[in-house]
Design a protein around this ligand. Sequence first.
Ligand code: APR
Ligand code: PHB
Length: 389
Amino acid sequence: MRTQVAIIGAGPAGLLLGQLLGKAGIDNIIVEQRSPDYVLGRIRAGILECGTVQALERAGAAARLHDEGLPHEGIELSWHGRRHRIDLHALTGRKVTVYGQTEVTRDLMAAREALGARTIYEADGVSLHGFDGERPLVRYRKDGSTHEIACDYIAGCDGFHGVSRQSVPPASMRQFERVYPFGWLGVLSDTPPLADELVYASHERGFALCSMRSRTRSRYYVQVPSSERVEDWSDERFWNELRSRLDPQAAASLQTGPALEKSIAPLRSFVCEPLRFGRLFLAGDAAHIVPPTGAKGLNLAAGDVASLSDALTARYRDNDPAALDTYSETRLRRIWKAERFSWWMTSLLHRFADADGFSSRIQQAELEELVGSEAACRALAENYVGQPL
Ligand code: APR
Ligand code: PHB
């Protein structure tokens, strides 16, 4: 087989890149190790910045998002028994859209099918070859035989544990990482959301977040130590813990129900530099991870692939390689901005078991600053809503 761009991974990053390239007339094949159902079974954050919405529009995959997505103009901070609203729209002129990442993936899969582009699901033993030269090659096994895709470029969109980044000689890259000593225990339930907007709670017992997928489906999280096991959390224990971390008014209005899904996700910050190795480009979680506190993961991935598709389009249409040459540097600036914000919001709102008295007082002073200063709120709001494309 031959294609112009071989894309590794059919998560949101790979699917969106495939769609943007397809729309620009650039042939591509996606190679994914799992099945479509497995990919759709993963539940992740659902806050879309306006730039991500723009990218999905360009990809021709935004119709349902415009129908069903919920525009949000603010978020709330629950702290010391009270709620404080941060008016994102008044502070920045922009909004975010609440729309589940599973739905984004579903829409992109449907758009790809409509475009008639090739996706190879359940590809085993995917390996990358020759990307340091002129003729990259992707090899995989399926149905008992080995297949090869010859291509001009490879896009590594295969997430944090993928093969793309691991195919690069370690001496050619630097990795930066922070692993937090806690995770988020998340529950999805068919109950009405706690409030009209997301509630981020900072409490002595730990962080909690009340989010949503629709007007009838909610997503809640509580911070738990990394050692915690999901089997030890009955629905009742989860709801009690969540309620105990909310202000009295929020606690009283929480509607509980059976958990449709319950899982623990570790929190990590990670960046790999650079993002380009010859004819291999990394994008999305393959290149960087943020803790979910700032809801930046999907948005950063969308920014990466929008920029990569523009760069590949310039290369093919105008034979101009300049944007491919600056892809890594340009994106890394944005990535570190989002890394800083996600790290800061995580540090601000979570309980750190090893925090001494000084650190705890500084954290409280910073929350005080946030609820009392419009300038501090604006800085948060600008980062939270993100930039247009
Ligand atoms: N070969 C082929 N495919 C692979 C391989 C491999 N060796 N390893 C992983 N994959 C696939 C995974 O099965 C997954 O479907 O790559 C895909 C990567 O998808 P995500 O992990 O979702 O990563 P990305 O698309 O960058 O996601 C960006 O969406 O899922 C969230 O947390 C993520 O918020 C981030 C955003
Ligand atoms: C979610 O809805 O899953 C969600 C929302 C906001 C976040 C993280 C996760 O910051």
